[in-house]
Design a protein around this ligand. Sequence first.
Ligand code: ADP
Length: 484
Amino acid sequence: PLATLNDPSLLKTDALIGGEWITGNARFDITDPATGEKLADVANCGPVDCHNAIVAAERAWGPWRAKTAKERAAVMMKWFALLNQHADDLARIMTAEQGKPLAEARGEVVYGASFIEWFAEEARRIYGETIPSTDQNKRYLVIKQPIGVCAAITPWNFPIAMITRKVAPALAAGCPVIIKPAEATPLSALAVAELAQRAGMPAGVLNIISADADNSIEIGKVLCSSDIIRHLSFTGSTEVGRILMRQCASSIKKLSLELGGNAPFIVFDDADLDAAVEGAMQSKYRNAGQTCVCANRIYAQAGIYERFVARLSEKTQALKVGNGFEPGVTQGPLIDLAAIDKVERHVADAVAKGARIVVGGQKIGERFYAPTVLAEVTSEMLCAKEETFGPVAPVFRFDSEADAIAAANATEFGLASYFYSRDVGRIFRVGEALEYGMVGINTGLISTAEVPFGGVKQSGLGREGGRQGIEDYVEVKYLCFGDI
Ligand code: ADP
């Protein structure tokens, strides 16, 4: 699938450290999740490469922070333009290594690029403040300065957007970054880095250290314990987030964590049924259910339950599963065989405990799973407690608004939530009662560069995107002027 790139030089397989492409002492294979075939081998960086990247980034920090915000933004805007210009090739690379349908991959390229544009614009608005003095002889000033060298560890489900969402605010604030992309999807990361080089990113400002699963753990230890790295941003599982947080304790590193979700999607009796089904389809099946904001638990009120399940099942049945390069395909493969196993486990558990499969409920070949609707799902089932991260829509029945809120909040996670209602009072009540960082009201799509994305409870720390997204990358400094 990679033979058809318009610009074959975007297919980079070496790591980028200090502006140099590094072949590395070892390599590891990248495979196509739709076929299991090898696509390329990529530099397998280890602790030594990681140290080199830290040294290069530290060296680059002074000159990068010394640039004006406008100068940094100019490089970023060139990078943004190049991502859009090469969107077709980037989408092909992404579909090849990640599996999502080509149209979705292209959408992610544009979405990913939008964070670079947004934070390039925000670079000039990192305002400080003056504080009215309580002492006639003193004046108080607050400025914001770049935090220092930053590290980012990113997941495979959004191979480009999860990188740009972290890197763009860091660069805008004046911080160099070291990125450890997911082991399944480094080709997208490296192509984006190649475009940063073409945009004129100075050596050492943006470093990518690709690594396999084992080396990622070793690199993680080096990044976390480094005194030079002042901030670590991670998107991935809550389990790994906990490990990284623990490892960062020794250096008291600032952390941004975007961890697991268990998104509730509530449909009240008074909802617009068609809109709710449409929203559920978008929220549930994007990336074959492999996003941290995908509806994981769908709650439909008793009065609308049967109609909702019927309509959702009809639409689910119409989804087209296949290789992401095939025209019309809306559901690609799952990322790996372990992901298929987890989905199978969740469905088997639900059925054993009394759920009914309305559509789907089985694998298609080895690497694909049929989009599935489960009815009569209850809170005892695994799919109520864990993120399924696959194309399964479990529908729970509820009676009252209070029951729905209690069920929705009965989880340690708190990332995205959704509900459908036409009652303005209920919209405020439920919107305020949901213990989540984000609430979609009469919509299944909430992500965009201009808004603060992030979770509460064990879904993470900090916000990405929005004007808030830059705050983790600056330190506040208070200047006290005496003897006025
Ligand atoms: P996912 O469930 O999305 O695969 P993970 O949390 O396993 O999420 O992985 C997300 C990212 O974290 C990947 O880049 C992976 O290589 C990295 N990772 C996993 N375990 C560790 C670890 N112990 N230390 C550092 N990075 C890790």
